[in-house]
Design a protein around this ligand. Structure first.
Ligand code: GLU
Length: 547
């Protein structure tokens, strides 16, 4: 079509000659092999686990090769925009230790490929749409929603592929005169690609994750500019990833179906395609069958879930690495103390089909990661969670840092040969501390012995208890009380003649444990009493008696 008609269709005074854009956004000067990746969310909601999973791959691919990881905001859908979504993406990723080098709302000298909001890039899309019109690779389409619905209905009834293609593309061959007339009448129009493809022809395409796949040619005259001049995802993707010099596009496998469109668009625009890796979906086990993680059904899909539950961010990232990289777990076993960022990330080691996300496994990783921290770091982590999500009472408790540190040392077994791994998350870990505070102590006196025995043990121990005793002396006193109350003082004695005793020394200690810590499961009881101090320990021994 003539330049004049193209100018009538694309009214934009800011359009520059095409070479200008190449000059404005030159290829990046990076080391050989350095990858440029991006996260390109639509600011329509809050990012979820699937986005984090993709972002981790993007970030690792860029940063392990000395490349660039940037943030582009795909805000073409104004209606679905959510206030604060961009800040939330940046904050959330930062919480998990992923940082952008450049992009929307990122302060960086590298921001030379912006604007990074698609709404602010109108003229570059318009310039290239205009060029496609002139080269007869695009055309305006005046079909209304009703026209399109009718075509779709006919195609469905006749079991034909749906869409705007071939003989169904009724605006494809409008004369220039007709186009001008309709524009002058004020009829709304979109700009469509004039596809040159044939869906019967298939090509091999190498996806960096899925390997060799077969893709048909595109034959759909897809919309590239909507009636308000805003580009569709397809068109903006081709233009932006070219001019922002993305070298690898990592995106969800739901985009595979549109790959033929993108191949044709890049060719029509004369741009070299970036490499693509389509990630598989995250699955979960649901009653024996695997299904896709769902934003609506599964709370663990929301990233807020991990903050509220109080997962250590590095635990979530390490677990995601095991899901993303088939050889990460083995590497981690050999290098437990090395940061996961030292692992050699490879796009080829990403799963080709559904990756199973398993909260139990995450919990195991989480326990291990917390057990690697110093008590001071555990305090800081828990205290941070308490500040944001804890109760007023929790916050009061955490003001006494030294007291909490003593509890943490006990709960983690710091200094002992084997670290305990009782803390999985902050929300669960903080509750393990409750019995050290009288205002949170909720004992369950679930003794397995009768009132006479329980009270005799508690009274007997209260009489001999001395907070100055070391662990050995403390335990020998438990043995004395046990013997006096009809328990075997030694395991071996109990084993030899179980019928002679009402129980073993550990059964006797359990009575003390229930009275002091409120449950039969707790770390070392002597230390617990030590932390509680003489008065509170004696009070609990007395309060624990059965009436
Ligand atoms: N805005 C698209 C989305 O959020 C980005 C897809 C892509 O990474 O290309 O799904």
């Amino acid at each position: 079509m003539t330049d004049k008609l193209a100018d009538l269709l694309i009214r934009d005074d800011e359009i520059l000659p095409l070479e200008e854009y190449e000059r404005m956004y030159p290829p990046r000067e990076l080391e050989k092999g350095a990858l440029v990746t991006r996260l390109a969310p639509s600011p329509t909601g809050f990012i979820h686990l699937g986005n984090l999973y993709s972002a981790l791959a993007d970030e690792r691919l860029a940063h392990s090769t000395g490349g660039i990881f940037y943030l582009r905001i795909e805000d073409t859908d104004e209606k679905r925009k959510v206030e604060g979504a961009v800040e939330s993406v940046i904050r959330t990723l930062r919480y998990f230790g992923l940082n952008f080098d450049e992009g929307a709302e990122i302060e960086s000298d590298l921001n030379r490929y912006g604007p990074y909001y698609q709404r602010q890039r109108a003229s570059v899309y318009h310039a290239f749409a205009r060029d496609l019109l002139i080269r007869d690779l695009a055309y305006p389409c005046f079909c209304t929603e009703e026209d399109l619905a009718k075509t779709r209905e006919y195609q469905s009834e006749n079991k034909l592929n749906t869409g705007y293609y071939g003989k169904f593309a009724i605006c494809r061959n409008l004369s220039e005169e007709e186009i001008r007339k309709r524009v002058e009448e004020g009829k709304p129009y979109v700009i469509r690609l004039k596809s040159q493809g044939d869906a019967e022809i298939r090509h091999t395409f190498t996806d960096r994750i899925k390997g060799e796949i077969t893709v048909p040619e595109n034959d759909q005259d897809v919309v590239i500019l909507k009636s308000d001049g805003i580009p569709t995802y397809h068109f903006a993707h081709a233009i932006d990833d070219h001019f922002m010099r993305t070298s690898m596009v990592i995106r969800g496998e739901e985009w595979l179906a549109s790959l033929p469109i993108h191949i044709e668009l890049f060719a029509a625009l004369g741009f070299q395609m970036p490499a693509y890796g389509h990630t598989c979906s995250l699955l979960k086990n649901d009653g024996g069958t695997k299904r896709k993680l769902s934003k609506r059904k599964d709370p663990e899909c929301s990233l807020d879930y991990y903050r509220k539950e109080g997962y250590l961010p590095t635990a979530v990232m390490k677990y995601l690495m095991t899901v993303l990289q088939s050889n990460f777990e083995e590497w981690e076993r050999k290098n437990p103390e090395t940061p996961y960022t030292d692992f050699k990330f490879s796009v080829g080691k990403m799963g080709k089909s559904g990756a199973l996300f398993d909260l139990d496994k995450l919990n195991d990783v989480s326990k291990d990661e917390i057990a690697k921290l110093s008590s001071e770091d555990i305090y800081d982590f828990l205290n941070g969670w308490v500040g944001e999500f804890g109760s007023e009472t929790d916050r009061e408790h955490f003001k006494d840092r030294d007291y909490i540190l003593r509890i943490i040392r006990l709960v983690t077994g710091e200094g002992s040969k084997k670290r305990r791994k009782d803390i999985v998350t902050a929300s669960q870990g903080v509750r393990l501390f409750d019995y050290f505070f009288d205002d949170a102590f909720r004992p369950e006196y679930s003794y397995r012995f009768c009132e006479g025995t329980v009270n005799a043990v508690l009274d007997g121990f209260a009489k001999v208890y001395d907070p100055e005793d070391d662990n050995n002396t403390w335990f020998s006193k438990v043995k004395e009380v046990a013997a006096a109350c009809g328990f075997a003082a030694e395991n071996s004695e109990y084993k030899a003649n179980p019928e002679k005793y009402i129980g073993n020394v550990s059964d006797c200690a359990e009575i003390l444990r229930i009275a002091v810590a409120g449950s039969p499961n707790s770390p070392d009881l002597c230390t617990i009493m030590n932390i509680l101090g003489r008065e509170r320990s004696l009070k609990r021994l007395s309060d624990g008696k059965l009436k």
